[in-house]
Design a protein around this ligand. Structure first.
Ligand code: 8IG
Length: 276
């Protein structure tokens, strides 16, 4: 069966196949932690050091070429050594989004591959709109909880997974100990590709949302359902619609992300040894 057919008929088997191919190509049989770098987060990956392995994601079965500029579609492996501990980090530069219209399976294939490769912790990063008026552009925010407005789940069947501690309290507290300025917020998942109307942002604020974006939630659910611990970090790259009266622009979003990402990469490198 082709890798794409397998992705839709048996997504976990497809992820197992991709993890085996990754192990074969990289010579690294096992990874410990996965990071998914969203728009503008490539600088954070560079702060992790020099990769020991890199390939195009679509060289691994079930992955397709990236759709959006600023999402480079590479998979990298890093060795992070600290206090005699050797940690293998698997890094995805870019991701597939629901708005691409391919369904949810390609969206979560990376994190499932990571878990099948051995990852016990999955760090999901994104660029997003800020709903909370206290946030400024360029500010990183830890995801404390989410609201799904897409009603799309990566799970099917009678799998009633508890999401009470989806965004690990343990990891959030390690991050806040390392950087006490980090805020926490509730992330709303919006399908896109359109941004919200000002009325939709007003609705989201009433619901208790602080951040809005088009990713992360399906991956968090898929990783958690397979037993991995999840951290979500959003970079606020624009004020959500209707807050400033300005229109939203993709280039601005990319530029704001770049500035804060290398600082977050350094923070991640420092904290990763405490997470495993
Ligand atoms: I970057 O304002 C980024 N991604 N839905 N709304 C939604 N997604 C986003 C936004 C935003 N900014």
């Amino acid at each position: 069966m082709s890798a794409t057919d397998l992705l839709y008929s048996d997504p976990l088997a497809a992820a197992t196949r991709a993890a085996a191919e990754l192990a074969k190509r990289s010579g690294i049989p096992h990874h410990d932690i996965a990071l998914v770098m969203g728009s503008g987060w490539v600088g954070a990956a560079d702060a992790l050091g020099t990769p020991t392995f890199e390939c195009d994601a679509h060289e691994l079965p079930g992955f397709s070429a990236p759709a959006v500029e600023g999402h480079s579609g590479k998979v990298r492996s890093y060795l992070i050594s600290e206090n005699g501990k050797n940690i293998r980090a698997l890094v995805f530069l870019g991701r597939t989004h629901l708005y691409e219209g391919k369904g949810v399976e390609p969206v979560v294939h990376g994190v499932r591959t990571a878990v099948q490769a051995g990852c016990k912790v999955v760090i999901l990063t994104n660029a997003c709109g800020g709903i909370n008026r206290d946030y400024s552009v360029g500010q990183p925010v830890l995801i404390r909880d989410h609201i799904s407005l897409t009603a799309v789940s990566p799970l099917s069947g009678a799998t009633f997974v508890d999401l009470t501690d989806l965004y690990s309290k343990r990891i959030r507290s390690i991050m806040k100990s390392a950087d006490s300025t980090l805020a926490e917020g509730v992330y709303v998942h919006w399908r896109g590709p359109t941004y919200e109307t000002p009325a939709e942002i007003a609705m989201m604020r009433t619901m208790g949302a602080d951040l809005v974006g088009m990713s992360t939630v399906p991956e968090a659910i898929a990783a958690h359902a397979l037993g991995a611990e999840v951290l979500g970090i959003s970079l606020v790259t624009n004020a959500a619609a209707g807050i400033t009266g300005e229109k939203l622009n993709h280039e601005e979003v990319i530029a704001a992300g770049k500035a804060a990402a290398s600082r977050m990469g350094t923070l991640l490198k420092q904290t990763i040894p405490q997470l495993i």
